[in-house]
Design a protein. Structure first.
Length: 329
DNA sequence: ACCATTTGACCCCG
DNA sequence: CGGGGTCAAATGGT
């Protein structure tokens, strides 16, 4: 990606232009003869997201916060996540814990497709716990990378179904994969990512519609990268440095469909689910903020929805440390 | 036998 | 003190 010095402004413009395009598309769709409710819904949502994204970006800029910051750098393998506090290496240093970046993604699982099976993003996860969360009807499941012991991969994720809509699954990721598997993916990503350029520009809506016929999506879960994914599928970056590239966060975009389909098959097929529901969202935060809020987006969250994915960056609770760390780079 | 999931206990933190 | 996150023994699957 490019490294623009000031991606923010550009980002806002891009987002707004995207919204404009979408609005025009919607206008077209409104023609009675060709009206498509679904298409309109998708467009509408996309438009609204564009506005939200733009506003969120503006808010960030106003605060003097560079959006890219939203992410953290966790590269340091030494940083142990919150791994195991007590027993074993009880070397838990709360500091590190706080700096752990985390991002989340909302995924809508297509009920038809078999729901649960969909939580497979290509990484190997091992469930290590489940908890009933206060106020939530569904329990939260905790997963860690299978290679944690063998390769020291600290990636973890939490999966929880939305209270009201069980088809929506929220996935919170922490730490990037440092395992071999993660790296491989990441490399792939970078290829892909480099192709895709910044911001969300895609005209997803159309795409979405097309995909609708397919059904099985498997999506779900995880991606962990900060870098975002370009595609959930292939791009996961796991790496040491989160943002080596400046505009990554904004980069996001793209709809899987645009990417090479081949890959998409594996997980996340761009498909239907995403499309229809358009319910996928990503957001990341640096360490601890709560993500409960993210979901509802009360705050300044940027949501890029590209059609298929919504990425949101939550900048609200940055940890000052976190910011410091970023400045470092 | 190995590996993943389940599940109650335990720990940290607000 | 209680919620959230993790551990680890028990259990199940291949």
């Amino acid at each position: 990606m490019e490294k623009a010095g000031v991606p923010e402004k550009k980002s806002v413009i891009t987002v707004l232009n995207e919204g404009k395009k979408l609005a025009n598309e919607l206008k077209r769709q409104l023609d009675p003869s060709t009206a498509s409710t679904e298409a309109c819904d998708v467009l509408l949502e996309s438009i609204l997201s564009s506005y939200e994204n733009a506003m969120a970006l503006l808010a960030l800029i106003g605060n003097g916060v560079s959006p890219k910051i939203a992410v953290g750098k966790l590269s340091d393998p030494s940083i142990s996540i919150e791994g195991s506090p007590r027993s074993e290496g009880s070397d838990h240093s709360s500091k590190k814990r706080k700096t752990m970046p985390r991002w989340n993604k909302h995924v809508r699982v297509c009920s038809g497709a078999g729901g649960e099976a969909q939580l497979d993003d290509g990484y190997n996860w091992r469930k290590y716990g489940q908890k009933d969360i206060l106020g939530a009807t569904h329990p939260r499941a905790y997963y860690r990378c299978t290679h944690r012991n063998t390769q020291g991969c600290l990636a973890t994720k939490q999966v929880q179904r939305a209270d009201e809509d069980p088809t929506v699954v929220e996935v919170i990721y922490r730490a990037n994969h440092s395992c071999r598997q993660g790296k491989e993916r990441k490399e792939q990503d970078s290829l892909t990512c480099s192709k895709q350029v910044m911001l969300v520009s895609n005209g997803p809506s159309l795409v979405k519609t097309e995909n609708r016929d397919l059904i099985d999506s498997k999506e779900e879960e995880d991606l962990q990268s900060f870098s975002f994914p370009s595609t959930p599928i292939e791009c996961e970056n796991v790496e040491p440095q989160f943002f080596s590239e400046p505009n990554r966060f904004i980069t996001t975009s793209y709809s899987p469909s645009f990417l090479s389909p081949a890959t998409s098959e594996s997980y996340f097929s761009p498909s239907p689910c995403l499309v229809d529901d358009f319910g996928i969202g990503h957001s990341f935060q640096s360490s601890e903020s709560d993500f409960g809020e993210i979901i509802s987006n009360p705050t300044p969250v940027t949501d890029f929805s590209l059609g298929d994915f919504d990425i949101s960056i939550d900048v609200v609770d940055f940890d000052s440390h976190f910011l410091d760390a970023l400045e470092f780079f």
